[in-house]
Structure formats: C-alpha cells, structure tokens
Design a protein around this ligand. Sequence first.
Ligand SMILES: [Zn+2]
Length: 460
Amino acid sequence: MELKIIVLTLFIIAANAEKVSYEGYSLYKVTPTRENHLILLKDVQKKGVGEFWEDPLYLNYEMRIMVAKENKVLFKSMLGKSGMVIEETIKDLQRAIDDQLKPAQRSAQDSHLFLSMNWNQYYSLEEINNWLDEVEKNYPTIVTSVTMGQSFENRQIKGIIINYRPGRNNLIGMLQGTLHAREWITTATITWIIKEFLTSTDREVRALAENFQWHLFPVVNPDGYVYTFTTNRMWRKNRSTQSFTSCLASGVSNDLSNGVDLNRNFDYAWMTLGTSDNPCTQVYAGPAAFSEPETRAISNYILGLNREGRFIYFIDFHSYTQLICISYSDVNGTDVLLAENYADMYEIAARGAAKIENSHATRYRVGVAADILYPMSGTSFDWAKYAARIPISYLIELRDLGQYGFLLPPEQIIPNSVEIMDALLVMDKTARYMGYYSGSQSIICSFSIILIGVLVALIN
Ligand SMILES: [Zn+2]
C-alpha cells in the first residue's frame, strides 16, 4: 500500500515537472454579456474544451481562452449558437511564448544596459536576484538588499531598499511585482524603476528617488515565477500543495489545485467577492486569510515599515488591461467614499493616466476595480490601505489591452516602463501638492471644503 502511494506521488511529481506545451493552441477572446453566456463558458471549462486565463465569473469582461487544435471545432460549435463573438487573438500560442523569450533587437544607443541587466528581455528569478546583489555591491551607501521572508518552496522573497538619506528619511514607498506569476512585465517595470532611481539625471526622477526610502520587490511570488519558466508559462498562483485534490469535476488539470491566488489571500474582506473556495480555480482564496507564507511575509513587512516612518505609497503592479485601480475593490457607487481620501486617490491616479495618454498615447483607465475590472476581495493593496492605513495604495494593471496579454513582447518593456515612470512623477507631484509629504492633506482637504463653501455662498 505504502509503495503504491510512493509510486503515485512520484508519478504526480513527474507529471507536474513536465513542461506544458501550447503547440497548436490558439488564444480566443470572448465577452459574456448574458447569464447564459457564463453558464455556457463554465460548461466549456468543465468539459475541458478550453483552458481559461481567468475563470468565467463576470459579465461584460473580456476573457481569454486557450484552445488545443483538436478542440477548436467543438469550441466554436459550443459557443457559436450563443451569439457571443469569438475572436482568435493569437494563432500559435507556443510561438508567442517562445518569441517572448527572444531578446528585442535594438540599436546600441537604444540599449539601456545597467550592470548585468538590460530591458530588451525578460529574466529568470536567479538572474534578477543576482542583479539585485550586483546593484547593492555597486551602490553600498545607498542600496541595501533585503529578504522579506520565504516562499512555500523556501525561496527568498528578495528586494532592495534605496535610501539616499539614511537616518533622516521618514517618507516610505513600496512597489511590488509578480504577485501573479505569469505577469512578467511587472518585474521588468520594477527593475527599470530601480535603474532610474540610481542613474537618472532628470531632476524630477532624482527628487522622487531621493525624497523617499524605497522598498522595491520585483518578484514577491518566486515559486510561481520560477514555475512559469520551468513548467507552465501561464501559471498565476503560488505553488502551495496544501489543497491538492482531483479537479476532474472542474475539467482542469489536477495541477491547478496546487497554489493559492495570493491576491485573494489577504485579510481584507477575504473570500467574499471575485474569488473562490475551490482549489481548482485561478482565484482560489486559500483555506484561510494569510494561509500562505508569501502573503504573511508581505503583510508583516508592510506593518513593520509602517512603524518606521510615514508610509505614503504602496503600489502592486499587475498585468494586463492598463488600469489604475483605487481602493477598495469590493465596493462601487457611493460606497467608494469608504476610503476617506478616495477623491484624492482618484485625482492623483487620473493625472497619472492623463500624462500617459498625452505623452505616449497609451490609454489607462482609472477607478475602483468593481467599476473598471471586476469586484475583488482579499487583495494586497486593499489590505495595505485598510489595515496599514497607507494613504495612497494602488493596483496598476500594465500593458497591454489583450493583444498579447501576459505574453507582452520584450520590445514593449521599455516603452511600458518609460510611460509608467512618467506617470509616477506626475502622481507624486500631485500627492505632494495635496500635502501628503507633510501629513497635512486633511487640513488641505478641510480648507478646500471651506473655500468651496465660501464660493457657493458668494454665488448665491
Ligand atoms: Zn495580476
């Protein structure tokens, strides 16, 4: 009996270790607009006809479905009668995956080599961590490397602190990437920001770099990130095996029951909206809030920083769909005012988005997730806003709008990063004018209300 279990376990490990090939797969875009569309999509998933980038939970939300060659006819016939428009966005998925690993061709003057990294390609976890060490070694008085904790598979969650004024700086900002493993562009964006903070001669970049103690974590889900390189490019969750189970009834591979969606595992409105208690889904919230070592590490780190100084900015980068999401993600309508500085956060984000659109013609939308994406609960940025009282907390969904989605070509790393840096500069300037550096934003807010009152009185 024991031998059988060992053989079965080895078989499962071997099956999981094999690299998933998407040869012959196409990627399709569909938008469910009626309840029966969602029922139909759930049926497609349950029968294993398509593999979903996200679970079919929301109406009017553009979804991506990967379909193997042998299932394409059945897929089209199942959805064909529903009236849903099916659009093939990537013809050869494996080729798009392979292409993403080929460095972009750029002229020498467009190259942005900084130590061992450039932004013409995506890097493995090992390469990123080595580069962080290199950065620390080259800027010993400004940069300190830091490990916020260990992952489920015991990898370090590594980042760096950039502090130009040690001992004097009490303004704190934190940026994190790849909470969702497959969203590679988020990691490249954070390493770009690190490079800019250390090397840019632009006056505004210098001010943003030097006014803050920055805590920058390119990969907060290291196990998932490694898994996207070694085994399954489309992996989203962490690699926890605690809830391993058969997914036969869900129509997905049993491997999907491994892992928790880390951006549903934080202790803010946990397990209420846009999430699932079924381990065989992409949005599995975990057996309990903070059940995962990665979310515990992030939250403990944030609480620790909060005791050290004035923690003003927290940004959790994701991809894709080009959005700046404002807390809180489980509300809309007038309930958005539950976030006491909602209007400020909206204004700051809107100015950032306007800058991106005016300077780079890339359109970002701004709002609460329930309005511009879908309602969510248990997210890191909502928890940071709610539990750690960080005044300005965003989730930013980077490029693109779905043409490549998670497979954003390396040619777009630099344009993406440049426009985000431009947005951050404008957002910071706006927050500074509003008084967030001095903690006097409430005074400014009250002053504005009095001023508006006086003007209304004068008009009347
Ligand atoms: Zn994400």
